[in-house]
Write a protein that binds this ligand. Structure first.
Ligand SMILES: NC(=O)c1ccc[n+]([C@@H]2O[C@H](COP(=O)([O-])OP(=O)(O)OC[C@H]3O[C@@H](n4cnc5c(N)ncnc54)[C@H](OP(=O)(O)O)[C@@H]3O)[C@@H](O)[C@H]2O)c1
Length: 298
């Protein structure tokens, strides 16, 4: 029994995992490009996550590129039996650190092989197709061709389960006609709440919703409401933001990112926090008040 068991579990595909997991993107260098500032510290974060009971890690080969996957392999292989590594494909990096759509069947196939090689796996358990019509947020457009290419890789046994990222409800419906979709990864947090209805619909169908930028992303959430609640509960603002997500819906899986063991432990301790209905209502005011511009998504 670990602290994070208190946040419960959810079955993603055919694997039951703890709802509090870890997102590895912050382990790459500045701008998610190049090696980490402190290699040993990055390895330590990954090992601390596993020691604390985390069995869901989110990554991509385009973080670095290749950097976070290679760190995960170095730090954690041979992997614990219960560890679920979820990756994503659909983009590549330019030499100037830019994010470039990579949606052709050839590029998607290459990305799956890159992930397999850099993670040291024979099969990827869950692969999200990261849609890039607008890199900064969901935008309409058919995903039939790239998803069919990913489904073909699934049939070849290289990919076990498929998810979607940065998608609209229309694209999810289209995707579900082509393949079994086990998770959706979109931006969502206390102030960025575009997916309210979608989350509940996915919950009804047993599909996981994995919010990226759960803490607000590169510039974590700041609000007097959040600080006041945290002070009252003897918790930190980041813990309150995560506890709110845990209580928001049973299909939400958390992948907060950090490059610090201290922040990792703080974030995982959010599992112990219980927010009353009054507090949840108070926190809802953050979304109503927010005039925040959504940060760039990757
Ligand atoms: N599908 C997509 O398009 C997409 C896009 C973005 C991210 N993701 C995935 O989602 C995961 C989570 O997103 P994210 O890491 O970008 O954003 P996040 O989890 O919302 O926030 C990460 C930021 O918060 C800081 N932080 C973390 N814990 C903290 C704490 N306890 N106190 C103060 N600051 C703290 C981190 O800095 P420190 O390093 O200093 O702790 C970092 O700057 C990523 O790791 C990635 O796996 C997916």
């Amino acid at each position: 029994m670990t602290i994070i068991d208190q946040a419960g579990t959810f079955t993603l595909g055919d694997r039951t995992i703890r709802r509090l997991g870890y997102g590895a993107m912050q382990l790459a260098g500045a701008g998610v490009f190049g090696p980490p500032k402190d290699h040993d510290a990055a390895v330590a974060v990954l090992r601390a996550a596993i020691d604390a009971g985390v069995n869901h890690i989110d990554t991509s080969d385009f973080y670095g590129p290749h950097v976070t996957n290679r760190l995960i392999h170095e730090a954690l292989a041979p992997y614990p039996d219960d560890l679920l590594i979820v990756t994503k494909i659909g983009a590549r990096r330019g030499s100037d650190a830019s994010w470039i759509p990579a949606f052709s069947p050839e590029e998607l196939t290459q990305a799956v092989h890159d992930n397999l090689r850099n993670l040291g796996l024979d099969r990827l358990e869950v692969v999200n197709l990261r849609v890039m019509f607008d890199p900064h947020g969901p935008a309409e457009g058919s995903i039939e061709a790239p998803l069919a290419a990913l489904a073909e890789l699934q049939q070849q046994g290289l990919v076990r389960h498929i998810g979607l990222s940065n998608v609209t409800p229309t694209q999810i419906a289209e995707g579900r006609r082509i393949a079994d979709i086990v998770c959706v990864q979109n931006q969502y947090n206390l102030v960025h709440r575009a997916d309210e209805t979608l989350i509940d619909e996915l919950a009804r169908d047993g599909i996981a919703y994995v919010p990226f930028f759960p803490l607000g992303g590169f510039t974590p959430l700041q609000s007097s409401i959040l600080s006041d609640v945290a002070r009252r509960l003897d918790a930190t603002p980041m813990q309150v933001a995560l506890a709110w997500l845990v209580q928001r819906a049973p299909n939400i899986l958390l992948i907060p990112g950090t490059s610090s063991v201290e922040h990792l432990r703080e974030n995982l301790a959010a599992a112990e926090l219980d927010l009353s209905d009054d507090t949840l209502n108070e926190l809802d005011r953050m979304a109503q008040r927010s005039h925040a511009v959504a940060p760039a998504a990757h």
